[in-house]
Design a protein around this ligand. Structure first.
Ligand code: GLN
Length: 314
């Protein structure tokens, strides 16, 4: 007779698995290097490590530096996408695609032969388009994002770091090139300097692993926010999770799916958020990055999490 599969993570607490992973990470030599193209991030200590798991009801488990704020960077692309999809729905896909790029997150190459339409909302070009739409829809993209993150995380003081935003602005030639290039195709509605200012402030949002795991909770609750209101339909939440799985870690999305098996989104601050639909969300942080801009210890921690708990979308 065929045996039923073993139950997934039967324990009532995630704490033991987090403690075990933290011990494994502590003895790992390989850490990667902090992003140095944004000077304000370059001095981060690659030995910092934090990880949090948030359950659907807001219960949070954590280990290491899970209550230390860090630079969220591209993790915010998940939230701006959700906020725009909630208002614009399918119309958004006329301006940005939803295919993996197979190229670095800040690459320009595909934009020219694809007529200024970025491959997906998680590479920088696509995120600039999404932020442009959020700013047009609300008149205040960064304010809308902060309001959402504060409500979901329960931290009314969550904000962005002006000196990181200034550092990004001072070193933002590549993002400026992406925005100007798309503007030349008519794919940017706001003045480019306005869009870049919004985008750099968005990237420089600071939050803890606990706060970002909580803020991601709506994607595990099939679109339902912490206050039980609906941000996305169940179908839209599935769509955002699918784009995270296929595009959230850039040209390493295939390897991330292979190792971790969850929708995930990385940022060059060293954070990764991940979703177990219907069960929990995770945020892990360690500033050392691999060559594709994903946290080395972050991926190394999510990998055993799904192996040990059996919680994966596959
Ligand atoms: N602020 C960064 C940039 O625009 C965000 C990139 C990232 O986190 N992958 O280059």
């Amino acid at each position: 007779m065929i045996q039923p599969p073993a139950p997934v993570w039967p324990a009532d607490s995630f704490q033991p698995v987090l403690d075990r992973i933290a011990i494994e990470i502590a003895v790992r030599a390989e850490r990667g290097a902090p992003a140095d193209y944004i000077p304000a991030l370059a001095c981060a200590d690659p030995h910092r490590f934090g990880m949090a798991v948030a359950e659907l009801d807001g219960t949070v488990y954590g280990v290491g530096d899970w209550q230390t704020p860090f630079s969220a960077q591209s993790l915010t692309k998940t939230f701006t996408l959700a906020l725009v999809l909630a208002q614009e729905g399918e119309a958004l896909w006329r301006y940005v695609g939803r295919e993996p790029s197979g190229n670095p997150f800040n690459s320009l190459v595909q934009l020219e032969y694809e007529d200024g339409i970025p491959r997906n909302p998680f590479i920088n070009a696509g995120a600039l388009v999404v932020t442009d739409h959020l700013h047009s829809l609300t008149g205040d993209a960064i304010g809308t994002l902060l309001e959402f993150l504060r409500a979901e995380s329960g931290n009314p003081d969550l904000g962005f770091n002006p000196s990181v935003a200034a550092s990004e602005t001072a070193n933002g030639d590549r993002n400026a090139a992406l925005a100007h290039f798309m503007a030349s195709y008519g794919n940017v509605a706001n003045p480019v300097p306005v869009l870049l200012d919004q985008y750099f402030r968005q990237c420089s949002v600071e939050a803890t692993c606990a706060e970002l795991a909580l803020a991601t909770g709506f994607l595990a609750r099939h679109g339902i926010r912490a206050d039980a209101s609906s941000l996305l339909t169940r179908s839209q939440a599935k769509q955002v999770n699918a784009i995270m799985l296929t595009c959230g870690t850039y040209d390493a999305a295939g390897d991330f799916a292979y190792r971790v098996g969850l929708p995930g989104k990385s940022g060059v601050g060293g954070g990764i958020i991940a979703v177990v639909p219907g069960r929990c969300t995770l945020c892990v942080w360690s500033p050392g990055l691999d060559a594709r801009g994903n946290s080395v210890a972050g991926v190394a921690a999510l990998d055993p999490f799904t192996t040990l708990t059996g919680l994966s979308v596959f």
